[in-house]
Design a protein around this ligand. Structure first.
Ligand code: ZN
Length: 278
């Protein structure tokens, strides 16, 4: 049995280059849903080519209702909708996942990359775990490692692939587009990117297999915002302290708790953002 979990974000999908391409409810998002579904289907096909026996796709973008179930490869199952304990990597805590794919991912807040951000589209300028700058890729890889699951595929822009070499050097990485600015990229067509993703997923399947779970250890998480009041707002989350005008920090006993606290902070902070002044 080889069980694969695909964490499907959207900013790093084929053809997606600006907020209107991935903002639920907009015409641009409707247009890009099949492009994302195509990327996912290519990964599903590749994983089965490489010997996977089951693939669960976990929606990981905004409302977490972006993929088109009716166009999904019949061999996969889809976890759709939000409010999930582990959010983008829901399912990994079952402890029986042999490999996780970060599909249509992007670089972190404050980095170069198409639609670069960390959880919140704006407001947050950096996240650091034990002093190391972390985007969603590293954060989620640290959580998966605690459950013994290796990262076996990453797709996104070329900057996302470079970032992945830092946290998952073995994993095949597919650049579906090349960064030009935060809202511009040189894109390849879905037919081309699907072929690349399928081939990479087949190679990734060979890396799948349960690892020794990373022993839990305390993690110091620091979050920097673009405005002082957001740091203040975050301190209502127990354990979160303001360490500088635009910075908060907390220590979690492990990354499982670390990511859950991070989610609480981003939820509180997003409610404290004012429309024009941030
Ligand atoms: Zn997203």
């Amino acid at each position: 049995m080889t069980r694969i979990l695909i964490s499907a974000d959207m900013e790093g999908a084929t053809g997606v280059t600006w907020p209107g391409d991935c903002l639920p409810g907009t015409p641009g998002w409707e247009r890009c849903r099949p492009l994302l579904t195509s990327d996912v289907n290519a990964a599903v096909a590749g994983f089965f080519d490489g010997g996977a026996t089951s693939v669960l796709v976990n929606e990981a973008h905004m409302t977490m209702r972006n993929l088109l179930l009716e166009q999904l490869d019949d061999r996969a199952e889809l976890l759709t909708g939000r409010h999930k304990e582990l959010s983008m990597v829901e399912g990994v805590q079952r402890g029986d996942v042999d490999g996780i794919a970060f599909l249509a991912y992007h670089t972190g807040a404050g980095e170069e990359g198409v639609l670069a951000h960390t959880y919140l589209g704006n407001s947050l300028t950096g996240v650091f775990v034990d002093g190391v700058r972390a985007g969603e890729g590293l954060l989620n890889a640290l959580v998966a490692a605690e459950f013994g699951t290796p990262v076996v595929l990453v797709t996104g822009d070329d900057r996302t692939c470079a970032d992945a070499r830092g946290y998952a050097p073995e994993a095949p990485a597919v650049a579906v587009k090349d960064y030009v600015s935060r809202y511009a990229a040189v894109c390849r067509t879905p037919a081309r990117t699907a072929a690349d993703i399928r081939a990479a997923a087949a190679r990734g399947a060979a890396l799948a297999g349960r690892r020794e779970p990373e022993p839990p250890r305390p993690r110091r998480v620091e979050i920097e915002f673009d405005a002082e009041h957001l740091a203040g707002a975050a301190t209502v989350v127990p354990g979160v302290e303001q360490t500088a005008p635009r910075r908060v920090a907390y220590t979690a006993p492990d990354m499982y708790e670390g990511i859950r606290c991070f989610k609480a902070v981003t939820t509180v902070v997003s409610a404290a953002v004012e429309e024009w002044y941030g």
